[in-house]
Design a protein around this ligand. Sequence first.
Ligand SMILES: [Zn+2]
Length: 198
Amino acid sequence: MAYQVTSLSRLAEQFARLPNVGRKTAQRYAFYVLSQPPEFARAFAEALLDSSGSIKRCSVCQNLSDEPVCSICQNQARDRSIICVVADPRDVIAFERLREYNGLYHVLHGLISPMEGVGPEQLTVKELLSRLTGEVKEVVMATNPTVEGEATAMYLSRLIKPMGLKVSRLAYGLPAGGNLEYADDITLCRALEGRNEM
Ligand SMILES: [Zn+2]
């Protein structure tokens, strides 16, 4: 019995380390896992171990990927003339869910934030600029409508426009100060369709 209690609290402690998981929820998860057949925990553990070992960044768009080049960048059916610039891999998932956008992405892995000491050199700006040759005609700034999101879009626009490319920004319809990841699909679709040139 003592063994079971120890493993239960150890498991709950691990769940409690996840974002937005409080003690009670962590305990509920732990109880649930222990109530399942052993295969459940094994599959769960394997997925966890696999993910931390094998997920890398796509060498082109910098999105998370199992392969050196992700499936979106590899897909020849995608429109290579347009790149949608996002802050976070979760934003790619939000756009892909729409099934409306057929271009490529670039993941910055953050936003410029002088308050938090994040400058362009900590983001994948250099990698973005190195992609803007030949086929690319338009770059869509799809960063959140927050102070950091706007500042980052402005900064990149100033670098990219002189290269003779069209730079656009998601239309406002997105709640100001909001998070793109949580926008509903219709709002996100409209924001993309109604994008304005910067
Ligand atoms: Zn990629």
